[in-house]
Ligand binder design. Sequence first.
Ligand SMILES: [Zn+2]
Length: 413
Amino acid sequence: MSTGFEFEIYKREENSLARVGTITTPHGKIQTPAFIPVGTKATVKSVLPESMQDLGSQALLANAYHLYLQPGPDVLDEAGGLARFMNWPGPTITDSGGFQVLSLGVGFKKVLAMDAKTFRSDQVIAGNKDRLAHVDDEGVTFKSHLDGSMHRFTPEISMQVQHQIGADIMFAFDECTTLHNTRPYQELAMDRTLAWAIRCLDEHKRLTEVRAEKPYQALFGVIQGAQYEDLRKKAAGDLGALSSSGIEFDGFGIGGALDKNQLGTIINWVNSTLPENKPKHLLGIGAPEDLFVGVENGVDTFDCVLASRIARTSAVYTMEGRFNVSNATFKRDFNPIDDECDCYTCQNYTRAYLNHVFRGKEIIAATLATIHNERFIVRLVDQMRQALLDGNFADMKEDFLGRYKHKSGQSRD
Ligand SMILES: [Zn+2]
């Protein structure tokens, strides 16, 4: 019986793991590779869903942790699911909440691409007295960052919450570690993530049957293992072959701590071990140079808050690199942000106008800059897909990176 969820690969690169495909969901298709913008709380901050559609976004990713706390998953269920609730006409994805429960818990920064060489433990642990999350074999107990109330997530609860939210693609509840954790702890967390993956599959199967009248929701397993080759490959091997209650994962997410200097190597270990025919999503990575690394190592979809978050601080992407449009130099610059960009902002507004509205702290500043940045990243990955189809990915990559001046550590915030 067809579930309404499918993944078809129709072109493969010969010298890398890159491929072009289509993910089909009950709410529509995603042509891959694709960048999926993030609307954490069922909204891409400051931008209408219609504008996200106009700029080429094929799907949106929201967060189960935030929607669980507010407004509550039952509200989304009653509304007819996430897509209908937020007036988004296409596919949706939810992150399981594992990362948020733990990252808000230990107070570490939200993007996990880190440079192991410059990474300090005080960037991770806010101090025991501030710890908001405690992990045990059954699940995680955590304090709400909104009102301090206590909550508990288990694999079963995460599945129940995500089924109620109703996204087309969900992620299994995993224990997310950092580069700071010791090797023995990484092993422990990985074993726990595997045990939780089995519980997620079992509960997912049960809920799919209980809620048979709802559109099918696909479940992706999450590969942990930090920077260790043997751990990453073991996690990919175990979860890739995992079957419980007669079902397997529909796809996979690559999660956890990723040393930015080893990004391609780590993704390659994972994707060359996982079943080739299933979609792979790289969680939380979205800096332009990292997207190339992901695509050539077999990543099909990406999500990241970076494009919209930096937009709200006036940082904008261009083909020449990133700059702050609020800088005084742009006061009388009547050019678009990027004259090669086809977004609504660049077609209608100047750097001078953006400079003015950022300096005046006008709300429209966030809207215009976010539309541009999201379009820039969505289009960049679209261009990679086209280059793969045309057989000139290597040239396209060289052209882009030759012009694009990036700072190291750009994907951290
Ligand atoms: Zn633009």
